[in-house]
Design a protein around this ligand. Structure first.
Ligand SMILES: [Mn+2]
Length: 312
């Protein structure tokens, strides 16, 4: 992604749920990262069943550095099917991160469920590949991105390798030669292993969180974004800047505090769904609130509740 774009404008009063860094893996208790896959599944049902709701996943939904899509799909089949269904219905926007960058390739290789695979991978690839920008009902420009774009390690001198591969891939794909995906998958996986590094928020991470905040602020100043929402660092919080996006006024780390973002500039981190966290940012009518997933689920969608509508 070179610069943020605008994918649409909301003319309805929609409640947006932003979450990221699910890192869904193979379901093995020794490997699984996701705090509560079942709760996430119930959350997707809630989005599916509730009008005027939309979920934006800000990257790293799948943990493709540890597992491949085949293993993840066999462990979380129903959850993934619901997710794909909601992406197709535009109730969920799927943007990629650094751990699930090759999701479309992986699906072409391994998906064996009922959905139209070309269509789904097309959606994941072309529409909301890198980020999602929109204008809210209150005319605020919101940009949602994973955030690894501001990671100096991932976007340093070797960036041309990944870009080159993506470029050639695009040309070949346009020519209709889909089989090449197979070889891309292998090359991508090799490069990923080679360039592997600790994830921000992980215990081994020794990097600097400020570089991400600086990157988001740069977008505020350069592209006129009002609210930049990102994940990647597993560091849930909302930062309040002045109208120029220059001076930090306040840092909110508390949950369930509704914050009016209808003026000034804001940078918000979606936290994660790993290591016990179930963070979600909720935006409705220009009020932004950091919440835990269990606190947004109404009766009928909580643990042990009877499903309010038939599952599929
Ligand atoms: Mn990440």
């Amino acid at each position: 992604m070179e610069e943020p774009g605008n994918d649409g404008e909301e003319s309805r009063d929609v409640t947006f749920y932003f979450l990221s860094d699910i890192h869904l893996a193979d379901g093995d208790p020794n490997h699984e990262n996701t705090t509560d896959p079942d709760q996430l599944h119930r959350f997707l049902h809630y989005i599916r069943d509730t009008p005027d709701t939309k979920c934006v996943i800000a990257g790293d939904a799948f943990e493709l550095w540890q597992a491949n899509f085949k293993k993840i799909y066999s462990a979380h089949h129903d959850l993934v099917e619901d997710l794909l269904d909601l992406v197709e219905k535009e109730k969920v926007v799927y943007t990629i991160g650094n751990h699930d960058g090759e999701i479309a390739t992986d699906m072409l290789l391994y998906y064996d469920g009922p959905a139209d695979i070309q269509k789904i991978t097309g959606l994941l690839k072309d529409e909301y590949h890198d980020g999602y920008g929109f204008e809210s009902l209150g005319a605020r420009q919101i940009e949602v991105v994973h955030g690894d774009i501001w990671d100096k390690w991932n976007h340093g001198p070797l960036e041309w390798v990944g870009r080159g591969i993506a470029y050639i891939g695009g040309l070949v794909e346009k020519a209709g030669w889909y089989d090449v995906e197979k070889y891309f998958g292998k090359v991508q996986r090799f490069l990923k292993k080679w360039g592997n590094k600790p994830t921000p928020g992980g215990s081994e991470y020794v990097g600097d969180y400020q570089e991400y905040i600086d990157g988001a602020l740069d977008w505020v100043q350069r592209y006129g974004e009002d609210v930049v929402i990102y994940g990647h660092t597993h560091n849930p919080r909302i930062l309040h800047y002045d109208a120029k996006g220059e001076k930090l006024l306040e840092e909110i780390k508390d949950y369930n505090v509704p914050i009016d973002v209808s003026k000034d500039k804001w940078i918000a981190n979606t936290g994660s769904q790993v290591n016990g966290a179930t963070d979600v940012l909720v935006l409705r009518n220009n009020v932004l609130t950091l919440k835990k997933l269990e606190d947004v689920l109404p009766e009928g969608y909580r643990e042990g509740d009877e499903a309010p509508s038939p599952d599929y």
